[in-house]
Write a protein that binds this ligand. Sequence first.
Ligand code: NAD
Ligand code: MG
Length: 384
Amino acid sequence: MKKIAILGSTGSIGTQTLEIVRENPDLRVEGLAAGSNTALMEKQIREFLPKTAVMWEEEAARDLRSRIGDLPVRVLCGMDGLLELAAEDGYEVLVTAIVGMIGIRPTIAAIESGKTIALANKETLVTAGHLIMPLAARHGVSILPVDSEHSAVFQSMNGERREQVSRIWLTASGGPFRGKTRQELASMTAADALKHPNWSMGRKITVDSATLVNKALEVMEARWLFDVGLDRIEVLVHPQSIIHSMVEYVDGAVIAQLGMPDMKLPIQYALFYPDRRPMAGKRADFFELGRLTFERPDRETFRGLELGMRAAEAGGSMPTVFNAANERSVALFLEGRIGFLQIAELIEACMGHHKNRENPDVDQILQAEAETYAYVEEMLARMG
Ligand code: NAD
Ligand code: MG
């Protein structure tokens, strides 16, 4: 029996993780955490009977307690609740499927208590990778990627020597706006951005795919996960999303992982690694697919990628500023308060305003985040 806990159980990755639990009777859920969706949390608790449940909002925790008063489940709330669940004994794998930098501290607490991390929450590595990876190494804890590209890279490195990698080809679908001009992008709405051609994901990451910010975040995620220089990570647009990423070695051999776009595969792979379990679903039929195509990313039109690469190269607290400015801007875009192109404009302004700090600790990262949020507000006020 493998025991797990999930941060972000009501979201896209969280609910797919629970589907895998449903299909594999030797998985057991000991803890669940979510933001505010108490109705779905109640259903999940009744089905999976975890020991602990956490709601971010206090009001939601109160509501949940009254809904499940008949069950022996401990209900916690807020950051204290997340940290308590992360550090709790009695399970081995923590799935971090929360959105945003809120994941940093719980991930650290889980590593310190020896949990294996199945990591979906890329924002944690982007902003705190320089702290998380050495901490995991010190505690002998594995960080197993859930992000499809990183799972593909990880699978393509099985049995190979990391120091013989010459390049990572990180694939990108190009998102719903691939091929559009800046003029066309200017009028794109949240509804347009939320129509991803290949993947069904949470709202924030779907917008990040449309801006290509997601790919910049993934370059930073890859850099920490696989300890490779940024100059060895190449972003490749591959609109069919069949090749999930590739690794090139010093002798020129390229090893890739392919399959249909379905997040359940990388989630399941992380949960059972190094085992492979049978999984239902459509298989890649290469006769039907016919051809796979590739393009260079358009960094001029999709400035999110360019800015992200600049933040990655600057390092220090700059990736935090890039990420925090993006988180706020995407929320504003989803609320219809700013246009699509303004997401990159706000990110650029925040990066320009920030005085970079080398090797920030967690408090300094969270401070850079707060300063960035404040600066976005200031700019919004100025824009009227
Ligand atoms: P989502 O919006 O669908 O779900 C987010 C989950 O986090 C929800 O359960 C929500 O309740 C919970 N949550 C949000 N704020 C919280 C808080 N303060 N406290 C506790 N819980 C909170 O997001 P998602 O698409 O599942 O993405 C989750 C993470 O996985 C992100 O970092 C994303 O970049 C990454 N990721 C997602 C996919 C995908 O296919 N969805 C693929 C690769 C990586
Ligand atoms: Mg991805």
